[in-house]
Design a protein around this ligand. Sequence first.
Ligand code: CP
Length: 319
Amino acid sequence: MNHFSSVRDVPDLKQLLETALAVKQHPHAWHQLGKHKTLGLVFFNSSLRTRMSSQRAAYNLGMNTIVLNVSSDSWQLEFADGAVMRHDKAEHIRDAAPVMGQYCDLIGIRAFAGLQDREADYREEVLEAFKQYAGVPIISLESATLHPLQSFADLITIEMHKRSSRPRVVLSWAPHPRALPQAVANSFAEWMLRAEVELVITHPEGYELDPRFTQGAEVEYDQRKAFEGADFVYAKNWSSYTHYGQILTQSEGWMIDAEKMALTRQAFFMHCLPVRRNVVVADAVIDSPQSLATEQAANRVVSMQTVLKSMLEQGVASN
Ligand code: CP
C-alpha cells in the first residue's frame, strides 16, 4: 500500500483482517516499529473518533503525531491550478503539501465532500492533490467519497460477532436533518462486497448510491423486507447522489426502532457515530445489548494501527 484511501488499495483483505485481529489482541507488541516516525493528521473538517483513535494507534506503534486543523489553525489553501491568488486563500496546495511532507513520514487527510459539485467531489480533488504533492504516503481519514478506516473497523467488528460464515448485513438509510455525504455508505458497501457477507442496501427511492461502489449488492426499497433475517443492521444517512447533495424526503418512518429490529435474526445494530438519537435510531436500539456502536469506535484504533503497521513494515514511510 503506497497510499490508503480505499479497499482497492488493499492487496490481500483476508491477510489485513488477520493482522487486525492480532493487533487487537496485542496492541503494544509493535511499540518500537514507529520509533522516530511522525504521523501528520490534517483536518479540513470536525472529528472526535478519527482524531483520537489515530493518535492512539500511532502512540501504540511508538510514533509521534502532529495535528493540524486547517480551517481554524492554518492558512486557507488554494487547490486550483493557475489560480491568481488575490483573495482569501493565502497558500497553494503545491507549496503546502510538500512542506508537510518534510515534517511527516505519513500524512492522514480528512476532507469531506462539499456536496455542491458532484464531479469535483468524486474526483477527490483534496486527497489527490496531497497524494500528488506531499511526497509521502497519504491515509484517508474520510474523503469526499469514502471512509476506509471506518469501514475496516466495521469489518473487524462484524468478524468478531458473526454467527455464520456468510452473515446477512443490511445497510439501511435513515433520516437526518442535514444533508450528509455518501462517503460512509459508499465505503461500507465496497468493503462488504469484498468480504464474506451477503450485502443488502435499503433506502427510499432517489437515494441510490454510485454503482461504482455498490455493484453486486442487493437493493431492497422495502426496509422491513430488507431487515428480515438480518444478522447486522448498519444505519447511516446520506444525501442523494442522483439529485446531488439534496435531501429528497425526511422519511421519519425510516428511523431504526425496536419494532423493526424484531424482524431480524436478533441482529446487531451498527452505526459509525456521531448519531442523532431518536432521529436515526431509537434510544431503545442504540442502548440495547445488541448495539455495537461503541465497539466499532474502539476498533478505529485497531484499523488505523493495522494500516500504519502494514505501511511501516513495507518501508513506505522510510524517507
Ligand atoms: N466515525 C467517525 O469518523 O467519527 P468522527 O467524525 O468523530 O471522526
